[in-house]
Design a protein. Structure first.
Length: 97
């Protein structure tokens, strides 16, 4: 197991010190960037809320995005399986001729 590295994770107006695997650093930093960009976007759209509200909105948005991607992946897998089945039927029909 590799050694964990400490990073500072800025979310909204707070900094959190977390430890992550070195291989995950790029993904974590990109995720933090997306989260903070969404906070700025929601602050622009919904003026007058406090930071906790914006973070909650981003959390809901992020979780929804993950669910949509998972559903799309399952749908793509199902479609791929159906296409493979049809391909086998066609191949079987061609071999019988």
């Amino acid at each position: 197991m590799s050694e964990l590295i400490p990073i500072s994770a800025l979310i909204g107006d707070r900094t959190y010190r977390i430890k992550i695997e070195p291989k995950d650093e790029e993904v974590v930093r990109k995720t933090l960037k997306v989260v903070n960009e969404k906070i700025v976007e929601f602050r622009t759209q919904f003026a007058g809320k406090d930071m906790q509200d914006y973070i909650a909105m981003v959390l809901i948005w992020f979780a929804t995005e993950q669910e949509e991607q998972a559903a799309a992946g399952m749908e793509q897998q199902s479609l791929s399986e159906k296409l493979n089945f049809l391909e086998k039927l066609i191949d079987g029909g061609l071999q019988n001729n």
